[in-house]
Design a binder for this molecule. Sequence first.
Ligand SMILES: Cc1cc2nc3c(=O)[nH]c(=O)nc-3n(C[C@H](O)[C@H](O)[C@H](O)COP(=O)(O)O)c2cc1C
Length: 363
Amino acid sequence: MTAGTAGPGRRWLDRLWARGRDFLGTELAIMGGAMTWVSERHLVAAISNGGGFGVIACGSMTAKLLDAEIAATKGLTKKPFGVNLITLHPDLIELVDVCTKHKIGHVVLAGGLPPAPAIARIKQSGAKLVCFAPALAIAKKLLRDVDAIVIEGSEAGGHIGPVSTGVLAQEILPNVTEVPVFVAGGIGHGTAIASYLEMGASGVQLGTRFVCAHESIAHPKFKQTFIRASSRDAVPSVQLDARLPVIPVRALANAGTHKFADLQRAVIDRVNRNELSPKDAQLEIERFWAGALRRAVIDGDVETGSVMAGQSVGLVKREQSTKDILDELVAQACEALESRASASLDRAPEAKLGAGLRTRAGA
Ligand SMILES: Cc1cc2nc3c(=O)[nH]c(=O)nc-3n(C[C@H](O)[C@H](O)[C@H](O)COP(=O)(O)O)c2cc1C
């Protein structure tokens, strides 16, 4: 699908996301949000080869596995791609060193505020540092260190914050202009991309929309579940005890959702009996997600595994090539920009008439 890419819309789009393209070194300022187990060499390379910016999800990989994954991705694309590291990983510094060895240009730190030693190590390596800001105050604080920010709203799949993408965009985009800001969460159509760029974003990040790409290694059952689901099926996990803060995870409701509640109850009981510290309890809960996600994505256990998905899952209608997904998003964004421009031209005579009436009325 190339409609809208040859008209003025593409010129406007390229102007709107020029800063994001420059930052990423890509044709399109669309980042493929790192998804543990899904964002491996094939999908990452396909997104980068399609003009976007693929990001490897390191998840709980060891340094050795990450080393091999980066090398394999380099074998599939000559275009830029990044690596997403989880700040809770016990070997974070070692993982940063693997990225440095491979001259990775962009490192994304996810899962909480980035620790100072990791920031220093990434800066030393010369790589650009990208972090998530779930609130304006945190975005402002991060500005000291980061080269770009991702704001990810609660519509997203996987671990989520409490605030919606629309509200974060209104709070943060007008107030953080020092570095490029990429908007994530709930984007499934190019119209939304055009809107966030017009609000001041430099680019966007999408996860859910890429899960059903042909190049994604997600199990056919995982993909089918996505295609059948509607937006309302992607629900956040529930926290059972205030002493045990659980970062909510958005996933498709299934038997695994209930299993998670059972696990929380069991862990809370052990904390109550002083058999487990709250910190270890939290780690145990995070381990549940990593295992459950693998079962669903790789083994196709969509009943008891975790089918992490954003609300934009309702906009995933079929399997497509990554290139088709990117082309479709770009064409939709161009069409949106063109139709808004023609609507404002249509309204121009009314605007003039309105101004005339106001003048006559002495307004
Ligand atoms: C299955 C799945 C796994 C994810 N794993 C990670 C991860 O490992 N690290 C991370 O920073 N974000 C992760 N995310 C979030 C994505 O990177 C991305 O920001 C998010 O999907 C964007 O919202 P969207 O799904 O509405 O497009 C995951 C999302 C999904 C759906």
